[in-house]
Write a protein that binds this ligand. Structure first.
Ligand code: NDP
Ligand SMILES: CC(C)CCC[C@@H](C)[C@H]1CC[C@H]2C3=C(CC[C@]12C)[C@@]1(C)CCC(=O)[C@@H](C)[C@@H]1CC3
Length: 363
């Protein structure tokens, strides 16, 4: 059977490590598609994979999850290339302009909250978000909405009679209910857009299970743990690479008390890879599957209950559908009379300011 696997953000870090593991386990006929925004880096990643697996089928796809037109074009291309999609890894993610609160970090080190702080980064990180050319908040668009739109666009390949398909999100233990607000799903007003977007992906995964399981599509969320990648190096940009290397023994010691310090992309991809081998019907829609590494360096996957509820997940799903239809209306062009009434001041997003889309762009 020719399994088709698409991984977003596959050119580095956890995404690339996952691709390496998928090829190493030797599924015959596996067709891997690396969906990346930077084709030069994507080519480099493909070369790395082909060096260790010369006969592997590794295709590239241009996809910028923060751009609506890019997502629509990429999905069109996928529909042309493949007639099925068995696994869609929703892995691309950003944490732009992170601010590391040193004082809170050192206070946390000497408090009872030390372990949760090290495992989740909650309370010590904030970010400054930007706005995309579509008028969406950048973190929301990249980490969540672009992926949502991609799923919706790929529905015909994902929902096939007599076949199951899996959506696998790279979420985070940094996802926290307190950072998320249904009235501000894009997190325009807060300073934790990363946590908000990851909490939203946890909620969305639950809603996708509610709406798509009967069509054979299943969704799960993972947390790779704390992994040294460009995303984490960027948290302390003043640290040269060698300082991180010097800190490794400290991190290995910390691993003795919290198995969430997976540290390498290979370890971090454990839960993503584990899910590849599971029957989707056997998975718990309320669980986050954590990649963990023991003090002795052994990897394993552990499900932990998420702090989510059906009602909030449904409300988010409805809001995302509304935003999707706003975006589609703009993308495919609105009628002249509609445009005139928008210009008349009522606006396409009346009553839905929190959705905030740049309605001019596609007109
Ligand atoms: N590292 C960690 O400790 C943790 C990471 N995660 C999550 O893991 C995922 C992978 O991150 P990680 O491997 O650590 O970091 P990397 O920065 O190495 O990987 C992120 C990947 O996402 C891609 N990407 C970013 N923005 C876009 C976009 N707009 N369109 C398409 N691709 C995009 C990047 O491409 P490019 O190379 O072009 O930038 C890169 O390939 C993220 O979702 C992150 O939030 C979760 C918990 C912990
Ligand atoms: C200056 C020091 C000696 C060491 C600083 C360590 C911190 C930079 C890390 C400690 C826990 C880490 C962590 C993350 C980022 C880096 C730390 C704050 C994440 C928030 C990265 C992104 C995620 O999604 C989380 C799961 C990580 C949780 C732990």
């Amino acid at each position: 059977m020719n399994l088709v696997v698409l991984v977003t953000g596959a050119n580095s870090g956890i995404g690339l490590a996952l691709c390496e593991r998928l090829l190493s386990q030797g599924t015959r006929g596996l067709q891997l598609c690396l969906a990346c925004r930077n084709m030069r880096r994507a080519e480099a990643a493909r070369s790395v994979l082909l060096t260790s697996h010369p006969t592997a089928q590794v295709a590239l796809l241009h996809l910028d999850t923060s751009s609506i037109s890019s997502v629509v074009r990429a999905a069109q291309e996928v529909r042309l290339r493949y007639d099925r999609l068995d696994y869609l890894y929703l892995n691309a993610g950003i944490m732009p302009n992170p601010q590391f609160d040193v004082t809170a970090f050192f206070k946390g080190l000497f408090s009872s909250k030390i372990i949760p702080m090290l495992a989740t980064g909650v309370g010590i990180l904030t970010q400054k978000d930007g706005v995309t050319s579509d008028g969406l908040q950048e973190v929301f668009a990249t980490n969540l909405f672009g992926h949502f739109l991609l799923i919706r666009e790929l529905e015909p390949l994902l929902c096939h009679a007599g076949q199951t398909s899996q959506l696998i999100w790279t979420s985070s233990s940094n996802a926290h209910r307190s950072a998320f607000n249904l009235e501000d799903i894009q997190h325009q007003r807060g300073s934790q857009p990363y946590s908000s977007s990851k909490y939203a992906s946890d909620l969305l995964s639950l809603a996708l299970n509610t709406h798509y399981n009967k069509q054979g599509l299943y969704s799960s969320v993972t947390c790779p743990g704390f992994v040294m990648t460009s995303l984490t190096y960027n948290i302390l940009p003043s640290f040269p690479a060698f300082v991180w290397t010097l800190l490794m023994p400290v991190f290995w010691l910390i691993r003795l008390v919290t198995n969430t310090f997976t540290l390498t992309p290979q370890n971090g991809s454990e839960a993503l890879f584990w899910l590849f081998k599971q029957k989707p019907e056997s998975l718990d829609p309320y669980a986050k599957y954590h990649s963990l590494t023991s003090g002795l360096g052994n990897n394993y996957t552990q499900p932990r209950k998420m702090d989510i509820d059906l009602e909030t997940s449904e409300s988010l799903y409805e809001t995302l559908l509304q935003l999707e239809s706003e975006v589609r209306k703009n993308f495919h062009g609105t009628s002249e009379s509609e445009r005139a009434s928008q210009r008349g001041g009522r606006g396409i997003s009346r009553g839905m300011d929190h959705l905030r889309v740049n309605t001019e762009r596609f007109q």
